[in-house]
Design a protein around this ligand. Sequence first.
Ligand code: NAG
Ligand code: NAG
Ligand code: NAG
Ligand code: NAG
Ligand code: NAG
Ligand code: NAG
Ligand code: NAG
Length: 923
Amino acid sequence: MYANGNPEKCYVFYPVCFRFYISEIKWYDRILLNRPLKVILALLVMSILVPVLIYRFLFFTSMDLPPSDGHSFGSCLVPRTARIPCGGGNIEQSECNSQCCYDLHNKLCFHRFPSRFSYLVPHSENWSEETVLTPRFPRTNPFNSERVVTSLRLSIDEISPTHLSIEVYDANVKSLYGRRIDNSTYVYRVSSPELNIIVNTTQGTIFNTIRGPLIASDNIWEMVFQLTEETMYGLGELPLKPGASKVIYSHDGGLSAVPLIFAKSNGSFHGLLVDVKTPSEIWVGDENQISLKSITKTGLKLHLFVGPEPKDIMRDVMSIIGQHKKWDYWMLGAHACSEVSDDDSEALALLNTFIGDANLPFDSHCGVKPIVFSSNGTEDAAMVEEGARALRRGTGNRKFVPHIAPYIRYVVENSTLDDVGSNTTEVGANDRNGEQNDDYAGAESTIVGSNATDVETNEDCTNIVCEFEDSMLQSPSGLYFGLVDDDKVVYPNYENVPDDFVDRLWTYDEEFHGVFLVNSWPVDQSEKTHNETAEMLPYFNNNFEAAFEDTPQWNANWSNGEYYFYGHNAYGSKFVNALEKTYNDTPIYSTSLWMKANAVVNRQNVPTSWTNLHKELIEAALGGISGHWLWSTPICGDTENIDVVNQAHLCVKWYLAGTYMPMIKIHSKGIRRDPSSFNTTERNIMTEALNTRLRLLPYINTVLQEGPLLRPMFYQYPNSDLDDLSTQFHVGDHLLIAPNLLPSQSHVHVRMPPGEWFEFTSGLKVDVGEGEIYTMTTTEADFVTLIRSRAIVVTQRDVRRSAELTRRNAAFSLTIAVGRIGIVTNGLKQWEFLHAAGSLYMSPNMTIVFDMNDNGLHITAEGDDFDVFCGTDPEVLWASRITEIKVYGLDDDQNNYDTHKHFNPNINLCDLQNEDIVFNILG
Ligand SMILES: *[C@@H]1O[C@H](CO)[C@@H](O)[C@H](O)[C@H]1NC(C)=O
Ligand SMILES: *[C@@H]1O[C@H](CO)[C@@H](O)[C@H](O)[C@H]1NC(C)=O
Ligand SMILES: *[C@@H]1O[C@H](CO)[C@@H](O)[C@H](O)[C@H]1NC(C)=O
Ligand SMILES: *[C@@H]1O[C@H](CO)[C@@H](O)[C@H](O)[C@H]1NC(C)=O
Ligand SMILES: *[C@@H]1O[C@H](CO)[C@@H](O)[C@H](O)[C@H]1NC(C)=O
Ligand SMILES: *[C@@H]1O[C@H](CO)[C@@H](O)[C@H](O)[C@H]1NC(C)=O
Ligand SMILES: *[C@@H]1O[C@H](CO)[C@@H](O)[C@H](O)[C@H]1NC(C)=O
């Protein structure tokens, strides 16, 4: 038993050996009488016994027979920080699989290193796309799942020189053949016989499955890998720290952006996108090991991006999820919605007051109240139409942008169908499920049938739910009913309804300009019995429970028998697709999107707190650089829990931060939070913040043509040590903001990036160097905004009541932050100007370019669509005069104001039709 030469065995049982050793009395006596020897012995005892005891308590191997397959033994001597939980992880020793190790002290079941749960490449061959991999243990897995996938295949698709995908899948379900290209910037190696995948670039190793577990069995697949030993960012975290655990299952409070991780190593970045449609959990271990567990039967897919900069990763991600590039200018103005009063006429009165408030700029409104379609389509028609008409008639050319939900309120009388709640059935090994995901955009894979017109409809029905009953979510006893705000609702399969289905739900006579798809996770507040779920799914924990809680019962099914939860993540996107098909040019905002950026992300149900203000900034910044440039955030939260008196200061700072968000929404749920619900001082600051945003929109709109608006520091300065900062953000290339993120915070600290900087509104020069901390005092109305030298930012001056009116009527102002270097000639110091630049995007065929150098300011037009600012109504969209120029960074004696030089020119941009404009600034 002691003689197998295995060192761990020795450690574990060493105390036994040791006792045997000291039983030789003569040795013992002599040593005890010899003082130096006694000390040496004591030290020896300490140095052997202490580690032995430590290890004794650290782990216990429940069974230590070498594996019968002759492959690697795997050691339990894994540093505590590097342990990968085996199965459920924190489980009883008796439940810990005998091929894993158990830490008695921490009650943790963990994988050996290398893990014994992996797959084998057959001895005779090297890996290729056709190779069928077999599990080392075909009859057991740490999750006690019923069936282990015995023939697995690995496909590596070389999609572009900087982008590859790695997919493991059940060979009995499909076959994939990855492409090969000859100009890739990565190399990979798949080792055999024990599977391990390593991807290298010139930066080093960017992906490594670290000989961790690869488990493929019924309803639980797991893959472990490491991207870097340094820092990671993503999944809503900046940085993404060890211990983080994220569930990919669309739900209230879940992820809004694609599940993308940016990993930094050796000064460059690479990225990983988790492309799994099924419910999944991503866990980050202490040494940056990432465990991906998914409740699937068919496979796991990852995309890997080489970088080397975050923007390269973003570009590659956008080749998968697409780009939402066309939007209307009014969408950059504030969108408002109110659900304060249950009484319809009161709500209509409130809407009219809102529209009439001359001090409140906004561009779109949801009307009287959010709309829930009803199987009795006539219910709310009058109210909805009144609201839309009020907006149309009111001043400001406001847009009607209703909020609609994917489910249908069920109000059919005399129904024989069962009540809310449904039967659960077991997840059998042989049930039908069409869960397959071959394309990048999981949202497009087919769930039911393949031809929407094939849907069988019931001709005798008097309502749309009955007519398309087969396309609705089912329970074992018939229609599945969910519960939303005490209403009984049904969930259509938007992939399996005819093209005019949505149009038929929209029974109102009024048209809309855009639409918010809300609660489209979708929500279902009916009571769930998770104890049964936990018994039927091999891996189910609190994280999943929270995600499953307010969504339809996981084991509801579509009429083809497929379990609902496999396709849940894509539900929101299917709703988007159905609307896109019906109203093709109408802008869509959606609470839930899956692997597609074909709508604006609508952040929904954000609680009102300082933590959430910070979180919204981080989410928007990370979302933007993940490809979701169009991103709407509710100002001051959008839940019912708000105290407008005690949280006024927070709301003020949130409105100020809203200036720099890509899109904003003022959503009063339960309690009003538009500026007019606060006291005069606060109201004025909030209104002024909305106006500042309107002034800045030309810049915001220009930035969004080319990239994300709000950006984390690591995106803008990938090779600096500003990476981990989540308290300051870049806004486009030219501006830097440092929000107040704590109650009663009177100072804001900014770690200065490279270059010279000025305070954006005053022109005050920031006099601390790169990497140093600049501290500014902030009052209630302050929001620290800096402009980079060599930048020209275009704003507008006299704002109107909406973004559209402002764009057309308010004259432009230029803020020029000069950059210059001092040159001494003949003992005289002279300044030489570095050129400063900026632009104003007006239309696809018209951009005004501003460039300043020693010779002054040059204005040129790129494109020939002069009608957008020089035409006649209705083509003219933009103002055409510049009536203010502010120049920062000159010498005091050149300034005519305290900190800057100020001009009030009258430049008519229409002159550009004849020739470029030159304006002398320095003379
Ligand atoms: C890489 O090669 C493919 C053809 O194999 C070609 O289409 C592509 O343009 C090349 N890309 C680069 C960046 O050279
Ligand atoms: C990847 O890089 C590591 C060290 O940087 C090296 O040991 C390993 O052999 C490389 N693997 C491949 C497939 O190039
Ligand atoms: C449908 O709505 C109308 C208007 O609210 C109501 O009069 C009618 O009773 C409703 N029908 C059903 C079946 O609920
Ligand atoms: C509903 O059922 C009641 C009693 O069963 C009946 O009197 C009534 O006419 C029914 N209403 C409809 C619309 O079928
Ligand atoms: C659940 O299923 C059983 C048998 O299949 C049936 O008798 C019962 O009515 C169902 N209950 C519900 C709430 O659907
Ligand atoms: C879908 O229906 C159309 C019209 O009925 C038919 O022409 C087409 O072949 C069908 N497509 C499939 C995939 O069944
Ligand atoms: C789950 O909980 C419900 C109510 O708490 C109970 O009625 C049911 O028997 C439980 N089911 C199992 C499988 O434990």
